[in-house]
Design a protein around this ligand. Structure first.
Ligand SMILES: [Zn+2]
Length: 448
């Protein structure tokens, strides 16, 4: 399943050697899942034993996902089976653990777009939400499109939203983006001038602004994920990922409260039961609960939060800063809050030129002859700069700077930004256009 190169040392030897070292300082992951099905379009992914092999070391990480399909289950199944590998293939080889974690947000964007593009080429018409969670040590990375949310409760009882809500009804920024890219946003019209139901975008009538699949909906329904990466304190925390069947019935606080003190498996079952009791089984209802436990507490359920008063919702995080040492949380008492959740990355832009930019901590990730989305090898001069045709020339990014996309991924990027007719109409047109881009690109690069 992983795109790893062949290794000199047998994997089993590496695993044994590394896992012993790793155990001492890494949190333990315990998870449980529950589902009640109405349409059979919710799919989930749980793998707590993924291995990353690099040079002479091995680390384990965990992956969780919920895929809530619509108009059939093909997109949800395809995404469950292919997304993780597409993400991993977008991470350069030979990175150490810190570099690997830092490379994840960009690789997630590439992997989501490639999965969407590959699925659409199969000409199937379904779509899916995705909430993908990767846990490496105490670092949690969440990438999401659609409305299957992921929440985190830290050890001090604060609740954090780790996913975006890409429902048109609740996201004004996304409504503006869809409209600017050529879509129309409105409610269903019953004919007599009465409008009903949630806001939808037309053509297609989808009430989400981002998803994977949905070939028959406009290209402005993009697969570019919102990505949040946080570092938990050594005290750990609890994650709840669930499809909208749960969140339409329960708030984040209610879901955590009703399952408090239960082990993950029982907690997930209780959250689903509670949601279905409240609203009836109107939709597929899936929930994964993950406890991230300090190593010494492996055999106990997660301790209830220390604070008991009014709960705090934290929309804002304390950003990591190299200039600023961590401040004492409550300086008068000389007490440093050990439960601080540190935000490492938050990115939500739908523009690939912003998400796959060269501004990046790794020099080797900028590979000239590999498409930044689909990872296909390109001949010299064949790649098109992600900044090509962009009016946004902030900083030093120029049309001849990388990263580069293959012709087909560049067409996808333009279509997502409303610059091209939908993919079904562009066969002849794209041939002419890509030839022009190719010539233009060559001139640009020889100038640079
Ligand atoms: Zn490509």
């Amino acid at each position: 399943m992983l795109c790893q190169k062949s290794e000199h040392v047998p994997l089993s030897v590496l695993l044994k050697r590394e896992l012993v070292n790793e155990k001492a300082d890494r949190p333990e992951i315990v998870s449980g899942e529950a589902n009640q099905s109405k349409k059979g379009e919710d799919y989930s992914l749980i793998n707590t034993d993924c291995h990353r092999v690099v040079a002479d070391s091995v680390t384990t990480y965990s992956v969780f996902g919920i895929f809530d399909g619509h108009n059939g289950s093909a997109a949800a199944i395809y995404t469950k089976e292919n997304l993780l590998n597409n993400v991993l293939c977008a991470i350069p080889a030979d990175l150490n653990r810190d570099e690997w974690v830092a490379a994840l947000p960009r690789a997630l964007v590439a992997g989501f777009v490639k999965t969407d593009k590959d699925f659409q080429e199969k000409a199937q018409r379904s779509g899916t939400t995705v909430t993908l969670v990767i846990i490496e040590g105490s670092i949690v990375t969440v990438a999401s499109v659609g409305d299957s949310r992921c929440i985190l409760e830290s050890a001090d009882g604060a609740i954090y939203y780790l996913s975006a809500d890409h429902r048109l009804d609740s996201n004004e920024e996304e409504r503006e983006r869809v409209t600017a890219s050529g879509g129309e946003v409105g409610r269903l019209n019953t004919g007599g001038g009465t409008e009903i139901g949630p806001l939808r975008c037309w053509p297609g009538g989808l009430c989400l602004s981002r998803s994977i699949g949905d070939r028959d909906v406009g290209e402005f329904i993009v697969p570019v994920p919102y990505v949040k990466q946080v570092k938990l304190s050594s005290a750990g925390g609890r994650l709840v990922i669930a499809s909208d069947g749960v969140w339409d019935a329960l708030s984040a606080e209610e879901a955590l409260e009703c399952s408090r003190g239960l082990a993950p498996e029982a907690a997930a079952a209780h959250i689903v039961k509670e949601a279905v009791q409240l609203k009836g089984l109107r939709d597929d209802t899936t929930c994964i609960v993950i406890d991230i436990l300090p190593p010494e507490k492996t055999n106990q359920p997660l301790q209830p939060p220390k604070k008991t008063g009014k709960r705090v919702f934290k929309a804002m995080f304390r950003k990591r800063s190299t200039e600023e040492p961590p401040k004492l949380h409550d300086e008068e008492e000389g007490y440093f809050d050990p439960d601080l959740v540190e935000e490492l990355v938050e990115e939500g832009s739908a523009m690939l030129s912003e998400r796959l930019d060269t501004k990046y901590p790794l020099c080797n990730v900028f590979r000239l002859f590999i498409c930044a989305v689909c990872q296909v090898e390109m001949k010299p001069g064949e790649g098109i700069s992600i900044h090509h045709g962009s009016s946004n020339t902030r900083g030093n990014s120029r049309p001849w700077d990388g990263p580069f996309l293959c012709v087909s991924c560049h067409q996808k990027k333009d279509a997502m930004e409303g610059k091209m007719p939908s993919s079904s109409n562009i066969c002849f047109f794209s041939y002419i256009l890509s030839s022009l881009l190719f010539i233009d690109h060559k001139i640009g690069r020889s100038d640079g």
